[in-house]
Structures are given as C-alpha cells and as structure tokens.
Design a protein around this ligand. Sequence first.
Ligand code: HEM
Ligand SMILES: [Cu+2]
Length: 648
Amino acid sequence: MPALVTRDEAARHAAKLKALWETSPGLKGWLATVDHKELGKRYLITAFVFLLLGGLEAAVMRWQLMQPDMHVLTPEAYAQLFTMHGITMIFLYAFPVLTGFSVYLWPLLLGCRDLAFPRLNAFTYWIFLFSGLLFYASFAAGWAPNNGWYNYVPYASQPYNPGPNIDVYAMAMILLGISTTGAAINFIVTLVRLRAPGMSINRIPILVWGTITAAMGNLFAVPAVSLAFALLWFDRQFNTHFYDVSQGGQPLLWQHLFWMFGHPWVYAIVLPAMGIVSDGIPIFCRRPLVGYSAVVLSTIATMVLGFGVWVHHMFATGIPMTAASFFSSASFIIVIPSAVAVFAWIATVWTGRPQFTAPFLFFAGFVLLFVIGGVSGFMTAAVPLDWQLTHTYFVVGHIHYVIIGINVFPVIAGVHLWFPKMTGRMMSEKLGKWSFWVMFVGFNLGFFPMHIVGLQGMPRRIYTYAADTGWGGTNLVITLGSYLFAAGVLLFLSNVVWSRWRGRPAGPNPWDGPTLEWSVSSPPPAYNFAVIPVVASRHPLWDGRLREEAVASSLDEGYLLAKERETLGTTPVDAEPDAILRMPRESLMPLLVSLALLVVFLGFSIHGVSALACWVLAGLGGAGTLACGIAWLWPHRYMVQTLDEDAP
Ligand code: HEM
Ligand SMILES: [Cu+2]
C-alpha cells in the first residue's frame, strides 16, 4: 500500500488533485460531468421541479373538488390529472429525490471520491430525466396516462383505452426502470468496495443502510413492473392475451405483478428518508442514535417483509380467504420493525439534549405524522375494514400521511441539514421555522379530514360530487388546508433560493455533525478528500468526546492517491485497503446513450399511432445506442488499475 500522508503534506498536491477531478467549464463540462456532487444536486433539483408540477396538478384537482358540482375539469382531464399527479409524485419526485441525497452524500459519508461507476451515475440521471420528459411530453400532447398510477386492466387494455396514453406509461416506466436498476447496482458496488479503511459494516451511517436496502429491494421489485408493462404493451399492440380474460388471460396477473413491485417500492421511497431521520436526529440531540443495530436490522427486516404483503392491495378482488388472512397478518407484523425505529428516535430525543432548530422541527413533525399514517395503514390491513375503506377518500388520506409524512418532511429536514454542505451557506432559521409550522398546520388541516369524508363514503378518483351528499363542507376545508400546505412548501423553496445567495457562510461543520462529510470544506472540493481518511468508529468527528472506542479515527492522515483519478478499494466486511481504483474522466457518452434510448422508447410509445414511425425511431435509436455504447466502453490506458504491489 502507499504510505500514509498528512493533510498538510497533501495540501501541496491540492492543485493537482483539483486539476484531476474538476469538471471542465462551460456547456461541454455541464453535459459530460460525472461528478457525484453535481449529479446529486441535479437529481435533487429535478425532483423538486417534478414536486412542483405534481403540486400544480393537485391544486387544480382540489379546486375542482372544493365545492359540489364544479365543472372546471372534464372527467377525462381529471383522470389524466390524478394519474399524472400520482406518477409524478411517486416515480419522479419521491424516489429520485432520495437518490439525489444518496448520490451527493454517499462518497462523502463513506470517505471516497465518487461512486463506484461515475459514468453509470450520469447515465442513470439522464435516463430518469428523459423518462420524466416523455411523461410530460405526452401530457402536453393530451396523451397522458389516464388510468391511475396502478393502471389496472381491463381499463388499461386497448379496446377500452385505444389512445397512446397507456403505451406512453408502459414505455416511460420501463425506461425509468433502467435508471433505477443502474443506480441500485452503483450503490451496491460502492458500498461493498469503496468504504474508507476501518469503516466496517457496523460503522456505516443509517442513510447508507436505508439506500442500500432500497437498492436491493429495487433489484428484485423493478423487474416485476417492467414485465407487467411489457406484457401490457404486447397485449395492446400485438393482440397477445396475457391479461385478456376472454382468451384465457388473467386480469389479476396485472395486479400481482404491479403490487409485487408497488409495495416494496413504497418502502424504497421511505427507508432512505427514515435513514435521513436516523442520522439527523442525533446531531440535534447531541448524542449517538439509541439502538443503532436495532434500527439497521429493522430497516432490512422492513424490506424483506415488504415483499410478503403485496396482496393487501387486493383484498377486494375475491381472492381466497386463507390468502387474505395470510397477507393481512404479514401486514400487521411489518408494523413491528417500524415501531422499533420510532422507539429508537423517541429514546434518542428523550435521553439527548434536543436543539429546536428548523431541521429538528421537521424531524420531530415527521415522527408524529409517521405514527398517524401507520395507524391508518394498520386499519386498512384488516380485511373486513379494508372492504369498507378501499377506493374511498380514506385511502387518499392514508397515502398522503404516509408519503408526505415519511418522505416530504424528512426530505425538507435533510435539505436544511445538508444545504450548508452543498452550498457553503446556512438556510434562514426563521423562514425555516415558519415554513415548518405553515406546512404542518396546513397538512393536518388539509389531509386529516380526507379520512372523515372517506368514512362518509366519498370515493377516490371522482371528478365531482352532488350537493346532497353533504361532503361539500369537508371538501372546502380539505382544499383550503392543502393550499396552506402548498404555501408552506413555497415558503421553504423561497428560503432555499434566498439562502443560496444571501445565507450566512457555513464553514465546514456548522451543526457539529459526527460523520465524514462534515470534515471537509463546504462546499466540498471536487476530489472530496485530500487524503482518504481512516475511520475507527461510527462517529469519527465525535471520537475525542465520546471515547467509546479505544482508537480514534484519523482524518488528518490517510492515503493521498493523486496519480490519476483514483480512490481506494477496500474489503467488503472489514473495509481493509486492498486496491487502488482508477476512476473514469468525464464523458458525453452517458448523455448520448440516454438520448438514443429515449428515441427507442419514444418510438415504442407511438406504435399504436404509426407502426412505421415506431420502427424508424426504434431503428435509429437502437443504432445510436449501440454506437455510443461502444464509444463509452472503449478501453482507455489511463483506466488501467494499479494493484497494491506497484502502488506509489
Ligand atoms: C399539496 C400537496 C398535495 C395535494 C393537495 C394532493 C392532492 C391529491 C388529490 C386531490 C388526489 C386525487 C384524489 C382522487 O381524486 O382520487 C391525490 C392523489 C394522489 N396523491 Fe396527492 N396531493 C398532494 C401531494 C402529494 C405528494 C407529495 C404525493 C407523493 C409523494 C402524493 C401522492 C398521491 C398519490 C399516489 C395519489 C393517488 C393517485 C391515483 O389515485 O392514482 N400527493 N392527491
Ligand atoms: Cu402495500
């Protein structure tokens, strides 16, 4: 292995490291960058743009439902709106936003210089963006998906839904699946091989556990949905009969395939967010998380059990009672690991010295909403109750408590927490607290009554209702409350914009956080760490104070690695150094391959409109994918790996 070098000695190499790692200026650099920090921010910003679009759609829907017998929207327009709203929020906001945090933070948390496959990282970002653009282009053309985000057959079948709407959904989802799968592989390899020396598996931050659990889950879940949509597309375009009951097909096959993916996906969009909470609460309670191992195990257990509950979305389909009871029990059991995490957070706050900063308020608000969303979930897991509640507004209330509670609140807390790291500036505390209270009050005012109006029998996905139902008053409250919530989100976004330019300078560690990202400047240099640190505990920056471990982490002395773009490869369990890994330079190929793939999938989406155009586009795109793929994979001499024997 190379010799250990101190940070001061490394400072002499700073210019060289910078030259090696920095993205080139101008448009070309912007398009070709493979820097995880740049890509992470792009994921975050793109996801927030989709959140705004989804919010806009919601605002229009709530306007329409504010009072009985409103006619702002036609039924078809309402159908496209709730479908695009669901798709946007679940697929284009909730998961990508967490991927953004992970892509930005992982190398900084783990003590390395980039993710394992930087070009794959760029590729997965572009594919995500293009899949979103495909969805929204179809919206502009009036061809948006219109059958709800879970898109049941037979209404999704060609005879009942002849336009290209559902084909767009099928193709954009398969495209997005490529992105999710690539990102999952990138995270898994990074975790196994790139942790700083000494970061054994019991010293990994919980955000990393959350992301890796989601990534592993996605590897198994995404194929189910890609298959479901591929079969649907064959049924629609080539008259196969996978879902066609009149020809011996099975409509329920759709529901099984979709929910085998859909339920684990629900965990994929919350577990990394819960990881943000588990890493964030300790910072503001001035003590390590209570029950680290229990929280890690509960994270993994949630995902494993999450693969055994999908049928709770299908209780009303007439499945045999034995099956229903099995899946009902499994859904009850899955509450246990969540409860473990809740108790760990409460215990951390209880035994710590909480500081009521803006991010802490969002974390604390999250815990409350999580419990409410959990209870309404528990209710729908009971078969007889679910028969009453399914497809009512109660479920809309439940979805939003779970997703806004467990995803949006932790995400906003996370932005407050890491904004100083990403930009070098603090966010305004005052605006932050205001935005929390407006969001929290607006959210409960707007979304809790959904449960009530659902119990009164209001169905979900209706574009209007008659005055004599008596639902008008509650719906008025819902609309006003949700507008208040939206105002809180806008307040938060204005805080982001204001602080980006006017915020107080942050310094490397403004919150006195314990993990490696706080040991480097804000924003971090292009190469992250001048020397790769050596870690001896779970909270390397608190070692001196906590004295839990006999040895202290060494942040000021480590491996330099400055011959090329290089980072350290370590062993999977104990993280002992075993190779110097060469990392790729920036490249336009990830973007070009993604563009070519977009052309292919655009072609497939319009097969029903013009088969000729479909195959021309697919041919052109396929050739482009192949050509750019070869250019991407072309071997470069600078990438030849250095083994420890011939290291500097
Ligand atoms: C201001 C914020 C929001 C408002 C006012 C809002 C409102 C609505 C409305 C009116 C519906 C349609 C209900 C129906 O007619 O069945 C809906 C459905 C839905 N919302 Fe939201 N929503 C908001 C934020 C979110 C967020 C942040 C997420 C997820 C991250 C989300 C996920 C969903 C899902 C999955 C559906 C079901 C769509 C379907 O039935 O296919 N919403 N929301
Ligand atoms: Cu579920």
